[in-house]
Design a protein around this ligand. Structure first.
Ligand code: 5GP
Length: 202
């Protein structure tokens, strides 16, 4: 069985990466999403275990101590991390997996797993990003400003990625993301087995 592929998706808050990913996963439910463990408060509408496990700082630090995380980062004062075991299990079972993580986490994963494919979701402009973030109405102005500052430094690192998807028209961005994932599946290193099988039966 071929090992699954690991896709890293980053983009500033407000870039629309969640909507794009949900759209892509709806069309391709065989792609798994890694569930991060995080210490920030749950937002209205969020569900425990859906995208995040909401845990305490003590629990997070315990995971860190026990080397249970593939990567982690502190973002706007909270811990965010990818539990290692589910990623390994998913890939070993031949399933593709998406890690939706920030630029620092992405750099850590590239170090450990250079075969991972990284995709950066860009807002079409800073103005659009600002409007999307303030329009959410789920956070204070101070937090929105902190997220905007973080967004600028994330965009400055977009060149570290293998692919850029610009989220201007949502359906096009979903198709762009899926084209990347589907073409990566066709790479030669995943198809060698097929070549051997065909040749063996000649
Ligand atoms: P939010 O609080 O808006 O859900 O996420 C804030 C940032 O944390 C986003 O850039 C998101 O991609 C990132 N993030 C979510 N989960 C993880 C994780 O497990 N590791 C890292 N490094 N970043 C994460």
């Amino acid at each position: 069985m071929n090992r699954g592929k690991l896709f890293i998706i980053s983009g500033p808050s407000g870039s629309g990466k969640d909507t794009i990913m949900q759209g892509a996963l709806k069309k391709h439910p065989e792609i798994k999403l890694s569930i991060s463990s995080i210490t920030r408060d749950m937002r209205v509408g969020e569900v425990e275990g859906e995208k995040y496990h909401f845990i305490s700082r003590d629990e997070f630090e315990e995971m860190l101590k026990n080397d249970m995380l593939l990567e982690h980062n502190v973002f706007v004062g909270n811990y965010y991390g990818t539990p290692k075991a589910p990623v390994e299990e998913c890939l070993a079972n031949g399933n593709d997996m998406i890690l939706e993580i920030d630029v620092n986490g992405a750099a850590q994963v590239r170090e450990k797993m250079p075969e991972a494919i990284s995709i950066f979701i860009m807002p079409p402009s800073f103005e659009v990003l600002k409007k999307r973030l303030s329009g959410r109405g789920t956070e204070t102005e101070e937090l929105v400003n902190k997220r905007l500052t973080a967004a600028l430094s994330e965009i400055a690192r977009a060149k570290e990625y293998d692919y850029i998807v610009v989220n201007d028209v949502i359906d096009e961005a979903i198709d762009d993301l899926l084209s990347i994932i589907l073409s990566e599946r066709l790479r030669i290193n995943r198809q060698k087995q097929i070549i051997d099988e065909v040749l063996e039966k000649c």
